[in-house]
Design a protein around this ligand. Structure first.
Ligand code: NAP
Length: 294
């Protein structure tokens, strides 16, 4: 039997509707328009596309969108001055500095000065610490999206075995914390892990965030498991064309898994909407209002 396909696009569209309603309510009731600032240093084509999509989504939801484009040779001092200016701007509730930064810029000192209340990517040490303490308001967007999909498609995950492959600050680490907070039994794997396939075969929930096309094979997957594929890899599709594939061998995995996210149309669809969710939450928090129930 073929797995249920987890339709991230449909879930994202529903969440987007709810955010639009909540944003309109915030404006009507309190005169507050959520503001998202994007900062792009340099002209990396992929980063340009990501930032453009984020701005377009913010604008479509009626948010204020501020964009700062800095040249690739921007100094660390100028980057910090930009972040400080946005920290002080009361109409900006969320700041997203698109990563990776061009060399030799260093993201860590930048994250050290970014106001945690406006850190809608949840990458600052303060927000990472709050997540660890179970007190986070702003959670990294892709892991937050994954948890919403699990809630919708699996429901209660208490006691289930979850394996997260990949330990990035952006995804793997926060995802493991969120799964743990939802009472799953969590294992984290990475490039030094031994016998990954054996670890994977135990998992009721298998989350792959590796960045290697179709790396996770069908015979690693426990029958009926929920497979969350975070990877986005562009590969040759023949005839001079390319296509996107995930970190899981999707077609084969579909025959074994109980439910699986496609790439594209799975996890990725949730990420931008969760960024808007964070911006809305940040706008509420900065104005002393309790966050919307999203
Ligand atoms: P990353 O920083 O690229 O790191 C990759 C992780 O995979 C590392 O922890 C690495 O282990 C681990 N890894 C590499 N080779 C491995 C192997 N052979 N066996 C086991 N683990 C291995 O991670 P990321 O930023 O989270 O990105 C991962 C993928 O998710 C990429 O394809 C990215 O494009 C995608 N992504 C998608 C979204 C979305 O919106 N859908 C958001 C974020 C990321 P070590 O730590 O030991 O090096």
């Amino acid at each position: 039997m073929s797995a249920t396909v987890i339709d991230g696009k449909a879930s994202a569209a529903r969440l987007r509707e709810t955010i639009a309603v909540e944003a309109a309510r915030l404006k009507a009731g309190h005169g507050i328009v959520p503001g998202l600032a994007t900062v792009l240093v340099g002209a990396d084509p992929a980063s340009e596309v990501y930032v453009r999509n984020k701005r377009k989504t913010a604008e479509a939801l009626g948010f204020k969108s501020v964009h700062v484009a800095l040249p690739a040779d921007t100094s660390q001092d100028v980057l910090h001055a930009t972040v400080r200016e946005l920290n002080a701007d009361k109409t900006v509730h969320g700041i997203l500095v698109q990563l990776p930064l061009p060399k030799p810029l260093d993201e860590n000192p930048m994250l050290d000065i970014l106001d945690p209340a406006k850190d809608v990517d949840a990458l600052t040490p303060t927000n990472a610490g709050l997540l660890l303490s179970g007190r986070a308001h702003l959670v990294s967007c892709t892991p937050a999206g994954v948890m919403l999909l699990l809630k919708e498609y699996v429901g209660d995950i208490a006691g289930k075995e979850a394996l997260v492959i990949g330990r990035s600050l952006l995804f793997g680490k926060p995802a493991a914390q969120l799964l743990l907070a939802a009472n799953a039994t969590v294992t984290m794997a990475h490039s030094r892990s031994h016998d990954l396939s054996a670890l994977a075969r135990r998992a009721d929930i298998l989350v792959a965030a590796i960045g290697k096309p179709e790396f996770v094979k069908a015979d690693w997957i426990k029958r009926g498991a929920t497979v969350i594929d975070v990877g986005i890899n562009r590969v040759d599709a023949g005839g001079g064309k390319t296509k996107l594939v995930g970190d899981v061998d999707y077609e084969a995995a579909k025959q074994v898994a109980g439910a699986i996210t496609p790439v594209p149309g799975g996890v990725g669809a949730m990420t931008i909407v969760c960024l808007m969710r964070n911006t809305l939450i940040a706008a509420c928090m900065q104005n002393g209002l309790s966050g919307p129930q999203l």
